[in-house]
Design a protein around this ligand. Structure first.
Ligand SMILES: *[C@@H]1O[C@H](CO)[C@@H](O)[C@H](O)[C@H]1NC(C)=O
Ligand SMILES: CC(=O)N[C@H]1CO[C@H](CO)[C@@H](O)[C@@H]1O
Ligand SMILES: [Zn+2]
Length: 190
């Protein structure tokens, strides 16, 4: 529709084609400039490859299109920077039910997503509340590809351990329904 077209800048061309991303198994990654990120106040470099990947949910609204996921991600960045007073959006990457991955702090910057674990992990967060409902197949596939992508690009150790946020802190994150799924994935260890 015209409304959607007006929200999609020329630099977003190509994002409609899934499966691109430069690597064998990398999902489509919407860069910070493509979703309209604010610059971070500061950055601490992540020492890679890290041994852990930690899965979260945002516990907010779900999104199933590029336009609605961009709005969600912008809102989360504003909340983390303005209310939490963090230097940037907390997560390394976010995953939408549009099947796309949204770059947060990215591969090379320490996140703010799991206290005590940020410097040794990548934090991936599904956009939505997955307490009573599982993410759709597009989001689950994008997350699995993102993990493979992290290994193939050398940011995540080949012998990595997968965890849910609740495994490292007192929280319901990433929601019961999503947690029940990730605990069946390769290399999960509570
Ligand atoms: C997530 O969903 C559960 C179940 O519907 C609900 O109890 C909880 O309050 C929701 N979380 C937030 C942050 O809205
Ligand atoms: C061990 C650990 O990381 N504990 C933290 C869990 O989260 C609460 C706040 O939600 C912190 O206060 C703890 O330090
Ligand atoms: Zn979490």
């Amino acid at each position: 529709s015209g409304t959607t077209g007006s929200l999609v800048a020329p630099s977003l061309k190509g994002l409609g084609r899934r499966g691109e991303g430069g690597g064998i198994s990398c999902p489509t990654i919407v860069s910070r400039s493509q979703w309209g990120a604010r610059p971070p106040r500061s950055r601490v470099q992540l020492r890679t490859p890290v041994p852990f990947v930690i899965i979260h949910h945002t516990a907010g609204n779900r999104c199933t299109s590029l336009a609605s996921c961009r709005q969600q991600v912008k809102g989360i960045q504003n909340y983390h920077m303005d209310n939490q007073r963090w230097s940037d959006i907390g997560y390394n990457f976010l995953i939408g039910e549009d099947g796309r991955v949204y770059e947060g702090r990215g591969w090379r910057t320490v996140g703010a997503h799991a206290r005590g674990w940020n410097a040794k992990s990548l934090g991936f967060s599904f956009l939505g509340n997955f307490s009573n409902r599982a993410p759709n197949a597009a989001a689950l596939n994008a997350a699995k590809k993102l993990i493979q992508c992290a290994v193939s690009r050398g940011y995540l150790s080949r012998s990595y351990t997968l965890k849910g946020h609740r495994n490292v802190n007192q929280t319901s994150c990433p929601g019961n329904s999503l947690y029940a799924i990730i605990r069946t994935w390769p290399r999960f260890k509570a």
